[in-house]
Design a protein around this ligand. Sequence first.
Ligand SMILES: Cc1ncc(COP(=O)(O)O)c(C=O)c1O
Length: 357
Amino acid sequence: MTATLPDPNSSTPAATVGNTPVLWIDQPLSPRGRGFWAKLEGFNPGGMKDRPALHMVTQAARRGELAPGAMIVESTSGTLGLGLALAGIVHGHPVTLVTDPGMEPIMRRLLAAHGARVELVTEPHPVGGWQEARRLRVREVMAAHPGSYCPDQYHNPDNVAGYEPLAVELLAQLGRIDVLVCSVGTGGHSAGVSRVLRRHFPHLRLIGVDTIGSTIFGQPAGQRLMRGLGSSIFPRNVDYSAFDEVHWVAPAQAVWTCRALAASRHASGGWSVGAVALVAGWAARTLDPDTRIAAVFPDSPHRYFDTVYNDEYCARHELLTGPPPEEPEVIAHPGERVVTSWTRCAAVQDPVRVGIA
Ligand SMILES: Cc1ncc(COP(=O)(O)O)c(C=O)c1O
């Protein structure tokens, strides 16, 4: 058999990013035939954030903000770190990643294996929490390495733009999309994917999924166990006007959903996957059966074997409390009360603009 080999000189690890599959998910989250389409971003080499990592780096180089061989420095809870490590290898930049003790040891080793240097902050900032502590450390590292570049995923519009191909893939895979369910951390993928989809489907409903204890949608900062989604700052990449509603999910509810998905559909992931699937399953149960729902699953389960999928860890954090309720609680506006369990709010506002933060 003869095969046309790709040109080895133009074969790059960057070409392995994208074109991820979609999977139909109904039971056990919704009745058979009434489900949603999960976009399995865990099929990327590092996860969903390989996309914006490569895009932010190439755009910065194009604008001359990132010189050849200069250091890339970023604050990350992991997924973007894997993407930046990939971008560093592809484009020839050393990569330093600032994180906190919440990062899973397996992730730290994985990042180091891919050539990144991992810096750990040891104390949260008294007001801005771990995220602010990490941001300050990034500034210190940059000061020590003149010419270094920080992509700043929380505020960089290229993070949002990097998700255009994801939306284009969804369009090709699903044709019509009525509802999009996305977790929110920096706000990048919810803004980037919905922006493109709405050009085709102006009535698209965007459902944001956050964690309890996150400030993004106007709740006070609280302790956060879940990684990836949620924040203790107000990232400028969150496009508040794009959301029709927001759900806050508690870690035990995400854990139950992750485990149910892993056991029944094989495809699963981490905290954000569990939270998104819980909400997308609810949407599939409650909306008109013809509604076509897409949900973004940002990563795969392996990194979470010592947390979400570890009985001892989950017991210690009281996360094995059984199935979540059928319906979320409801609040009229984010300031109504502090939510501690799965809760829905249809009034989405920018907390900084309306002055509740
Ligand atoms: C695993 C995971 N899920 C979800 C998110 C949230 O995505 P975004 O930053 O695009 O809002 C992140 C962001 O870091 C993540 O790492």
